[in-house]
Design a protein around this ligand. Structure first.
Ligand code: FES
Length: 560
């Protein structure tokens, strides 16, 4: 029986304002559908239809659906980087769920930072939640050539800089690059993070591989609506699913798919929200025992469309089942083992046999040394092998503007053996740790046929990028980390097999430079930027805000 008070009367009368009768909602769980649709998020153009399909499922299962827009985090259109706002989406998600009458939630995301942002907030709120991955777009095509998101753009831009592609060809390519709704369809951050969400157990089984325009995607959306109602009655919450064993599954899958380096930062942040510590070493331990068997760009050859047709993530997980914790529970109420039971691989060129992997070790290695005392990462499968052990003199750019102004200058003292270093590109320096880590190869070297060099920064790089790029150097240069002390001509040694990065400068000299180093002036006096700078943690800590960890659980608001 509903309470006989003014507040309840207000809720009922306003719900009736939307055209609903009491029999539409009474006694039913209220299901929030958090929708990151926006005209400026081109990866989510199908989300209004998908939200309608989720509602269909919720109605059918006996729930009451309410759709709520949340921040869209468009990777392509946001300045300075969508990463700058990931934590804002996480906060918005958590507080939206806390302040509204919601019993369970379907989280609709896909474009890079939406997956971690939505999940971080939902974990902190800890209501029953399903993640609905937006799905990859279909493959691109230009004059009969397949175009992979990001990968093709980087590749053909380098060819254009080298004078091998005309402006007319470059413009024609725009028409065929992104041809349908959906997120980037290489194994970039979006495909990686949706796969990681599935491996964690937070999506319906098989959901992350379905291409966005496929009818199966619409059916999956309706299934999310049906299942979340059951989850509310079962009281199955994120913290029931997100154990340290589930995180090991996610890291193992990330390694086997050749996932984006960004996944490390997001997984550390997600684990933190679930009350778990995830040291960088765990990624390196699991990468040593997990081969890359997804032959997907940028490490491999194919795209997500072929991956889906080859059996998708469930088939891949079945292939590495001996490396997974099969007893972990997932949102559909079944275990990982039950979900992947007898799922076949249909194309062994795309999902490779365990015995013939793309690489014996996984996607991402963690390096340490005097240049990165708190660690940094590299994706060796996307690098030229000859550079994985390298020593060379540095060419240092003090920030992105400096790099852009000088990288193609004729008088830049650079050779193919140089090590390009970018400073001030980290969580605070960027700010927001933009995806600048794949520094462009200087034009004069491109014209000599050079396509890869050792590049080092405290930035991230797009999951679609490639090259010998050492990323996430921690602590970052804007905090006075050793990267800030590097000068032109210093020698740096990279030894990926030994997991080592070393700045060959004496401790005494580094001490002198440290004394001379001046911290940058504060960038923001007010607003979200100021909060960001006060609260931001470093890459090895997941770049979450300090005040979103620990402390007492936030109580639900009182209702009067
Ligand atoms: Fe949205 Fe790549 S731009 S996923």
């Amino acid at each position: 029986m509903a309470p006989d008070d003014l507040r309840s009367w207000g809720h009922r009368s306003r719900t009736k304002q939307m055209g609903y009768s009491e029999k539409d909602w009474a006694g039913k769980p209220w299901i929030g559908i958090l929708n990151t649709w926006s005209d400026l998020n081109t990866c989510h153009t199908h989300f209004r239809e998908r939200a309608a399909e989720v509602k269909r499922g919720v109605w059918e299962a006996g729930g009451f659906p309410v759709e709520i827009p949340v921040m869209s985090l468009s990777e392509m259109f946001m300045k300075p980087s969508a990463m700058f706002y990931r934590n804002l989406l996480a906060m918005e998600t958590e507080e939206t769920l806390r302040c509204h009458p919601i019993d369970g939630v379907v989280l609709m995301g896909g474009c890079d930072k939406t997956t971690p942002g939505l999940l971080m907030g939902a974990i902190s709120m800890n209501l029953p939640a399903i993640y609905l991955p937006g799905g990859p777009m279909l493959s691109g095509n230009w004059n009969g050539k397949t175009l992979g998101s990001g990968v093709a753009a980087w590749h053909y831009w380098a060819e254009r800089q080298a004078g091998n592609i005309s402006e007319c060809q470059w413009r024609q390519m725009e028409d065929g690059y992104s041809r349908t709704a959906g997120h980037c369809m290489s194994m970039g951050t979006a495909s990686t993070m949706t796969a990681v969400a599935e491996a964690l157990g937070m999506t319906l089984s098989g959901a992350s591989s379905i291409p966005a325009p496929h009818a199966a995607h619409a059916r999956m959306a309706a299934d999310c609506g049906r299942r979340i109602v059951e989850m509310v009655w079962e009281d199955l919450k994120p913290t029931d699913i997100l154990t340290s064993r589930a995180f090991d599954n996610a890291i193992t899958v990330d390694m086997a798919i050749g996932g984006s380096t960004n996944a490390i930062i997001h997984l550390v942040a997600l684990a933190g929200r679930a009350g778990l510590k995830l040291p960088l070493e765990r990624f390196d331990e699991l990468s040593r025992t997990t081969p890359i068997i997804a032959n997907i760009q940028p490490s491999g050859q194919y795209l997500m469309q072929e991956f889906y047709d080859a059996g998708g993530l469930r088939a891949l997980m079945n292939r590495i089942r001996d490396l997974l914790n099969l007893d972990c529970i997932t949102v559909n109420g079944k275990t990982v083992g039950q979900n992947i039971e007898q799922v076949e691989v249909f194309d062994e060129k795309v999902i490779l046999p365990f015995s013939k992997p793309l690489s014996d070790a996984g996607a991402t290695f963690v390096l340490r040394g005097n240049l990165a005392p708190d660690g940094c990462v590299i994706k060796p499968a996307a690098a030229e092998k000859r550079l994985l052990k390298h020593k060379g003199p540095t060419v240092v750019f003090r920030d992105y503007a400096d790099m852009k102004a000088r990288i193609n200058a004729d008088d830049l003292q650079v050779t193919a053996d140089s090590v390009l270093v970018l400073q001030s590109a980290g969580p605070l320096g960027g700010p927001g740790m933009p995806e600048w880590g794949m520094l462009p190869i200087p034009k004069k070297l491109l014209k000599q046929g050079i396509r890869d060099m050792v590049r080092i920064s405290d930035a991230r790089m797009s999951g679609t990028s490639y090259g010998t790029c050492v990323l996430h150097v921690s602590p970052e240069s804007a905090l006075g980390g050793p990267l800030a002390l590097v000068r032109d001509g210093d020698m740096i040694e990279l030894d990926v097999d030994a997991r080592r990065i070393h700045l060959d400068v004496s401790e005494m000299e580094l001490g002198h430079r440290r004394v001379q180093w001046k911290p940058p002036a504060p960038r923001f006096d007010r607003g979200y930027g100021a909060l960001f700078c006060q609260q931001m943690t470093q890459a090895n800590e997941g770049c979450d805000f300090q005040f979103l960890h620990g402390g007492r659980a936030t109580p639900d608001p009182d209702i009067y």
